[in-house]
Design a protein. Structure first.
Lengths: 457, 233
């Protein structure tokens, strides 16, 4: 089965899974309420968005200079920058570091970039104990699943689901009390931070002027992961750059509001290296892996370049009617939702994932919420255009649309058919994409064309 | 992989030969996009915003008053823990309350009000309370800024289940931006700067708020006035 068929199969299943829909709606309702409250912290949210959009656009237009500035500043404080063209290269860098340090345990904090490079599977192959420390990630790791959402990995699971997973995997009595479940995770992980040799985190931002990375989190697991282990590795896409330390004020505020509806996320932390000579504790070595993995391809497209401004807040997913119906797993990509549909074809190769360009109702909601004003609807359309231009549609699909076009162009040809035949043709053409569970609309006996002629006077 | 750096930079430079098709014009950078505070004065703005979160807040008009409050807070904690241990049928002697204080001046002040503390990192895994200073307070966001150049290091501001912060009104600035400007101008720039806006929390299970995910479950701020006319000594 190819990706498109996989996608259609999963979509069919998920879209009519009522429990799934209930859980997602519950979570997204709560998110919406929080965001509505969070927006009160902005007198002029639009202005804040415009600034962020402007700063990110400037950075992307000068990306090489900012990356070099970042590298120079980070290394001047003792850290090491590693450049990875592909996910395999990134894995190799990590493996080299782990091997040299005789690593048995890695504590990992939530990072979509590590998902992108398939780090969990890689470390498993290498027999390294790899502990996800973010509660949501911990849950999906226990369940043997992938994160469902870029901000809320376990969004698709109800408290009862989580209770059952804990009961089964951790051999504990069943409970669906979130407090108790969260404390179980806390207690199970506390020793891991102090025994792990290496902490691996993502980075929400790379800060050029001080040579640092910034991590945003609510739980404190990333802070612990970058405190006790001897080595801290942060992995980030090359597009995560912002120019100045002061810019974090704006980006942290926007990320908090769009991501979770908070005024500020609980821990916003900047790391500019390992322990300095005047400090009393901290890591001994720090590495930043800069990942390309297809990003330079997106950069080379002067329209889609804009999508590299994304700060991964998840707002476009939460507002997307398609995402809400088919769920995060159906995409079969690291990044789901509207932004995932725009960038994944480039990170993963257009041929297999062109169906993602169609996973949108083009309702435009994503574009209005994006805190960095990425024109998502337009980029989704562009994706669609490209997959058509490249002739990537299935043959049958192309043929049908050609027939449809021919027919529609000439009214006379359509009107030659009686209503019954028109209905039949309509069903044939749209049956697959319309879906089995929706009643097909029927065409009236009299065509609009005829009705118009008769009634307009 | 040494060539990876070169390859990536070259691809970027090639890509950027064509400018973006979606340029953004420069917006107004002069005015604040945030909602104006309803209170007057940094201290009140801070207090109002800090209290919107889930942390505890105490205010004192002098160092002495502040530390008597802290002493009282700790005494109640110690007694509660003792009762708890006894009710579980355990020997209270083996489970004393462990308070850690690492900063010199803070140790002096705690000693003055007879708060017993551990000044090493031995037994850190049994920590109940960490008492620390902070570097700044941010009024608009109600945040506490801690850094790794404090003697607390990275550990004492994230590991304890209960984190007590002692701060002064003179440490309040309006925006996170102001903190960053000051820190950048100083020679001993810390390797970690953390903007803390409440106790550790998670909403990963059905968006239900749970406090104390991995960091401190309780965050308590004792703010001591050293700037207003009413401030003593
Ligand atoms: S595209 Fe915009 S809305 Fe979507 S995740 Fe990225 S920043 Fe958020």
């Amino acid at each position: 089965m190819n990706e498109q068929q996989n996608f259609q199969k999963d979509v069919e299943k998920k879209a009519f899974d009522m429990r799934h829909r209930q859980t997602i709606n519950h979570n997204i309702d709560k998110y919406n309420q929080a965001v509505a409250r969070g927006l009160h912290n902005f007198e002029d949210h639009e202005l804040a968005r415009s600034r962020a959009s402007y700063i990110k656009t400037q950075v992307l237009e000068n990306l090489d200079k900012y990356l070099l500035q970042f590298e120079e500043n980070f290394e001047s404080r003792g850290g090491k920058v590693l450049w990875a063209e592909t996910k395999e290269e990134a894995q190799q860098y990590i493996w080299e570091i782990l091997r040299k340090a005789n690593t048995k345990i890695v504590v990992k904090s939530k990072s979509m970039t590590t998902e992108e490079i398939g780090l969990n599977e890689f470390l498993e192959e290498k027999h390294i104990e790899n502990v996800e420390t973010d509660l949501g990630e911990y849950i999906v790791q226990l369940a043997g699943q992938k994160p469902y959402h870029i901000v809320t990995p376990a969004m698709h699971l109800s408290r009862g689901d989580v209770g059952k997973i804990f009961e089964e995997k951790l051999n504990m009595p069943y409970t669906d009390n979130p407090q108790f479940l969260a404390m179980t995770c806390r207690n199970n992980l506390r020793d891991k931070y102090t025994t792990a040799e290496v902490g691996i985190t993502g980075a929400n931002f790379l800060i050029a002027d001080v040579g640092g990375i910034a991590i945003t989190e609510n739980e404190g697991n990333a802070r612990l992961s970058a405190t006790f282990p001897k080595i801290h590795i942060a992995i980030a896409g090359i597009e995560k750059i912002i120019p100045n330390l002061e810019d974090l004020d704006l980006f942290w505020s926007l990320l908090a509001t769009s991501g979770t509806g908070q005024r500020m996320t609980i821990y916003n932390t900047v790391y500019t290296g390992a322990k300095q000579s005047f400090e009393t504790d901290g890591t001994e070595e720090m590495y930043v892996i800069l990942l390309d993995n297809g990003r330079t391809k997106i950069l080379a497209d002067e329209q889609k370049r804009q999508s590299l401004a994304c700060i991964r807040c998840g707002a476009c997913l939460n507002v997307c009617p398609v995402y809400k119906n088919i769920g995060g797993h159906s995409y079969h990509t690291t990044y789901s939702g509207p932004i995932g549909s725009v960038i994944s074809p480039h990170l993963l190769g257009m041929k297999d994932y062109k169906h993602l360009s169609y996973a949108s109702s083009l309702c435009g909601a994503c574009g209005t919420v994006c805190p960095v004003k990425i024109d998502l609807p337009q980029l989704l359309l562009k994706n669609r255009q490209e997959s058509v231009e490249k002739g990537l549609q299935g043959f049958a699909e192309k043929l049908t649309f050609q027939l449809w076009e021919n027919t529609m162009r000439k009214r006379a040809r359509v009107d030659r058919w009686g209503a019954r035949w028109k209905n039949w043709g309509f069903r044939q053409i749209f049956y697959n994409s319309w879906g089995k569970r929706r009643e097909m609309p029927t065409l009236p006996k009299e065509s609009f064309h005829d009705w118009w002629k008769k009634n307009r006077k | 992989m040494a060539s990876a750096r070169q390859n990536i930079l070259e691809r970027i430079q090639n890509a950027l030969k064509t400018p973006t098709a979606l340029p953004v014009s420069k917006p107004d950078f002069s005015k604040s996009p945030y909602t104006l505070p309803t209170e007057e004065g940094l201290d009140l703005i801070f207090a109002e915003n800090f209290c919107k979160g889930k942390a505890e807040f105490y205010f004192a008009t002098s160092v002495e008053e502040g530390f008597l409050q802290i002493k009282k807070w700790c005494d109640i904690f110690i007694e509660n823990k003792r009762q708890d241990i006894i009710s579980q049928g355990l020997d209270e002697e083996f489970y004393p309350t462990q308070i850690f204080v690492w900063e010199d001046y803070l140790q002096e002040l705690c000693t003055a009000v007879e708060i017993a503390f551990n000044d090493t990192d031995k037994d850190l895994q049994n920590i109940d309370i960490g008492i620390t200073f902070c570097e700044f307070l941010v009024a608009r966001t109600g945040s506490i800024i801690v850094t790794s150049r404090q003697k607390t290091g990275r550990r004492l501001t994230i590991y304890p289940p209960v984190h007590i912060v002692v701060a002064f009104t003179s440490q309040i600035v309006m925006e996170v931006e102001d903190v960053m400007k000051i820190l950048k101008s100083e020679p001993d720039f810390p390797s970690m700067i953390s903007v803390v806006s409440g106790p550790s929390q998670t909403a990963d299970i059905e968006k239900t708020l749970v406090l104390g995910a991995h960091g401190p479950k309780e965050l308590i701020l004792f703010l001591i006035d050293n700037t207003s006319a009413e401030a003593q000594d």
